[in-house]
Design a protein around this ligand. Structure first.
Ligand code: NAP
Length: 310
């Protein structure tokens, strides 16, 4: 009997119990159980959310893989008790959600929607936005989510640039990589979207120097992770007009503390880490596929490179 331990916040079990049982059964398994508690020596796989209380993986002698429900694995990747393969979540639901959230917020800035939503009644001030083809959007991080967002923005005609660690060739995207590539990617970008993982190499990617190469009056959208931005530098850039507005979904401390200046800043929109969430039905299929691969001795999907940190 395969024992699959579900280790996430207890309130998520109701969302995942049926999809996981359905997907693992669909993958051809009959002799298995998905449980929230088990004797450690009986556990074969752990379906894991990084905000679970489980932190010590050394107690599971026959653990074959840890299957994260989250795309971002920064809080678990350095865990020294992990010796089993660690996989992150790549889920069509997560991808679709991020594509929609990013497209919506890019269009808000591109169309200047706030000027009309917040206009004084009676003020007739026609402000015709440019076409998307005359607007450059930079996507920092051209992975699963960044690429999906870039492709969606291309369908509107945006001029899309992107930045990643390794060179990329995505049709229609002007791609850059490496340290020099970042400045080239940002110069000319009136809207920047951060979809990098949080690693030692990506922290403070947006800082005083990189914010300064963007055109004056640009916009920042961060659905990636809080540490990607030097908060002091962003606040200074908002205050001096270098950056016109920022939409921030993720923060160094979450929930964002009540006293944080972002909450009341007139040029900041805070969203509470809702840009995109793993969807149980589609994620369960990925989990089941990886269990099947593991049992067949086939390489797992979406393995985390623990040296790179993502
Ligand atoms: P991914 O597929 O691993 O893509 C990460 C991208 O970042 C890759 O293109 C990678 O380059 C690039 N990158 C990593 N380190 C870099 C560096 N030092 N310099 C330049 N580029 C670098 O990850 P994903 O699935 O797209 O997810 C991205 C992040 O989104 C997650 O890590 C998570 O933090 C965040 N997220 C947020 C939410 C939310 O609701 N707010 C939801 C899901 C995910 P290579 O292609 O060369 O490897």
């Amino acid at each position: 009997m395969l024992t699959i331990l579900f280790a996430a916040r207890p309130d998520r079990w109701g969302d995942y119990e049926a999809p996981l049982n359905r997907a693992i059964s669909d993958a051809g398994f009959t002799d298995f159980r998905v449980v929230t508690e088990a004797a450690p020596e009986e556990v074969d796989y752990i379906v894991y959310a990084p905000n679970s209380d489980l932190k010590d993986f050394s107690v599971f002698p026959r653990l074959k893989a840890i299957l994260s429900l989250w795309a971002g694995v920064e809080t678990i990747v350095g865990n020294p008790t992990i010796t089993a393969p660690l996989c992150r979540m790549v889920d069509t639901g997560l991808r679709e959600g991020m594509r929609e959230w990013v497209t919506g917020h890019v269009l808000r800035y591109h169309l200047g929607m706030d000027a009309h939503i917040n206009a004084e009644p009676g003020l007739w001030a026609p402000n015709v936005p440019p076409l998307a083809r005359n607007r450059t959007v930079a996507i920092l991080g051209l992975g699963e989510l960044g690429t999906a967002c870039a492709e969606a923005l291309l369908t509107f005609g945006f001029n899309v640039t992107g930045w990643s660690r390794s060179p990329k060739s995505i049709p229609g995207v002007n791609s850059f990589h490496g340290d020099d590539g970042l400045l080239a990617c940002l110069s000319g970008a009136e809207i920047v979207v951060l979809l990098l993982p949080d690693t030692p190499a990506t922290q403070n990617t947006l800082n005083a120097q990189t914010l300064a190469v963007m055109p004056r009056g640009s916009f920042v959208i961060n659905p990636g992770r809080g540490p990607l931005i030097d908060d002091e530098a962003l606040l200074a850039a908002l205050d001096n007009g270098q950056i016109a507005h920022a939409t921030l979904d993720v923060f160094r401390v979450e929930p964002l503390p009540a006293e944080h200046p972002y909450w009341n800043h007139p040029k900041v929109t805070v969203t509470p880490h809702i840009a995109s969430e793993t969807r149980p039905e589609t994620a369960a299929d990925i989990v089941a596929e990886n269990i099947k691969r593991s049992e067949q001795g086939v390489e797992l999907l979406h393995l985390v490179d623990r040296n790179a940190g993502y």
